[in-house]
Design a protein around this ligand. Structure first.
Ligand code: PMP
Length: 446
């Protein structure tokens, strides 16, 4: 790719610093400019059409160009484009959405707090946990255990929770209150001859030892994605979440489920917590909540979390936290309509119905010469490719480029190449997606 002077690609490189991008490479090569979307497809500025095999960033559940969301946004814009939720003020869309989310929760929940991104939501979680510990007269109970390869965002606190090197390198992260426990990727971290059951038992034992070494009274919470997404689509082995929860219960440590990717159907049930048998005290939601038509996110908490916090706001006089956009009426209206679409069209059922085909096609590629492992659940999956020599990520980048050339957008996370299509996808489109994916894989040579 070379950049034509004054083209949109050249202007993009001239004026923007892009996320997860090598800025120097982008200055030389430009970017891919997407103009339009319709269903599971997007079109670039040259008119080339792609299957959006990643739903954008794991997020456009109902697909692109959904008129009902456009209408919900337009109507709300016309009626009340903005209001806030500070100082005992409210508006109907945020009330209705909080009520709806509490009703949908897979375990009893008490309150919803609205934010604008997954990172903001997780940053808020850290602050809620610290505030709560102070409220309980336990100022030393501040550490949070996350996991190697977990992804929870990129702000100072949420970026610390994230357990991936690029999110720490040169940013002076993580902050000292965050610890990282082992990653539940059996194929990646099992010791020689270790069975899955032994692997799970070891992870639970190591967590127990970490808690003992740090002092159980210093740990506020454990946070995890039911199924890890950006860390490379890692589905934990059978029994993992039960073993982890047993340890947390023993030490009275809260559990936070980061449902930012798993939430609203991705794993074949409404929440990843249901699929994985997790009983969280806090749930974090974004992405498929609004199908990312508008930035929106939420933190849901149970009474164990809410009640001491409410007492503390009363003692201090106010809850000194809030974003201008918390519970934005347009975001709330779009999210409500999005949840209606997910329910009315039974998109969670669609994920469950198509998952066997999706996993069969994915697993069929595990035997390919270049493949190391296939992983997936529901309609989220990835193929990990064998590393080429010392250059980690080369195979993944080549696969991503080969897919793009053939009209499929995937996401390469190192040498792992992920798929997470819109939940409205149909059987023919799943086949079309894997035909391209398989052809791209076959085309690679190193
Ligand atoms: N948590 C999880 C599980 C995520 O996948 C992401 C985003 N990929 C985030 C948090 C952060 O969300 P955002 O990019 O909206 O800040």
């Amino acid at each position: 790719m070379t950049v034509q002077p004054n083209s949109i690609e050249a202007r993009d490189a001239a004026y923007q610093l892009h996320s997860y991008t090598n800025a120097r490479k982008m200055e030389a090569e430009g970017s891919l400019i997407i103009e339009q979307g319709d269903g599971v497809y997007v079109t670039d500025n040259t008119g080339k059409k792609y299957i959006e095999g990643m739903s954008g960033l794991w997020s456009v559940a109902v697909g692109f160009g959904e008129d009902r969301l456009v209408k919900a946004a337009t109507e709300q814009m016309a009626k009340l484009p903005y209001y806030h939720t500070f100082a005992q003020r409210g508006h109907t869309p945020a009330v209705e959405l909080s009520e709806k989310l509490i009703q949908m929760a897979p375990v009893p929940m008490s309150k919803v707090y609205f934010t604008n991104s997954g990172s903001e939501a997780n940053d808020t979680v850290v602050k809620l946990l610290w505030y709560r510990s102070n409220a309980l007269g336990k100022p030393e109970k501040k550490k949070i255990i996350s996991r190697i390869k977990g992804y929870h965002g990129i702000t100072v606190a949420s970026g610390s929770l994230t357990g991936l090197p690029y999110n720490h390198m040169s940013f002076d992260l993580p902050i000292p209150q965050v610890l990282h426990a082992g990653c539940p990727h059996y194929g990646g971290f099992a010791q020689d001859g270790e069975s899955e059951a032994d692997f799970v038992a070891r992870l639970a034992r190591e967590l127990d030892e970490m808690i003992q070494a740090e002092g159980p009274d210093t740990i506020a919470a454990f946070i995890g994605e039911p199924v890890m997404g950006a860390g490379g689509v890692i589905v934990p082995p059978e029994g993992y979440w039960k073993a982890i929860q047993d340890v947390l219960k023993k030490y009275d440590i809260l559990l936070v489920a980061d449902e930012v990717i798993c939430g609203f159907g991705r794993t074949g049930k409404m929440f990843g917590s249901e699929t994985m048998g997790i009983e969280p005290d806090i749930m974090v939601m974004s992405k498929q909540l609004s199908s990312s038509y508008i930035p929106f996110s939420a933190v849901m908490m149970n009474d164990r979390v809410y009640q001491p916090i409410a007492d503390e706001t009363n003692r201090i006089g106010t809850f000194g936290h809030g974003f201008t956009g918390s519970g934005h009426p347009v975001g709330a209206a779009v999210s409500l309509e999005n949840l209606k679409i997910i329910e009315e069209r039974d998109l969670v059922g669609n994920v469950a119905r198509l998952s066997p085909l999706f996993l069969e096609r994915l697993n069929a590629l595990a035997g390919h010469d270049l493949a190391k492992e296939a992983r997936g659940i529901g309609l989220i999956g990835a193929l990990e490719l064998k590393q080429q020599g010392d250059a980690a990520g080369t195979a993944g980048a080549a696969m991503s480029a080969a897919c793009l050339e053939r009209g499929l957008i995937v996401r390469n996370l190192g040498d792992t190449v992920a798929l997470c299509p819109p939940m409205i996808i149909n059987e023919d489109q799943v086949k079309e997606m894997f035909d391209i994916y398989a052809a791209a894989l076959d085309s690679l040579s190193f």
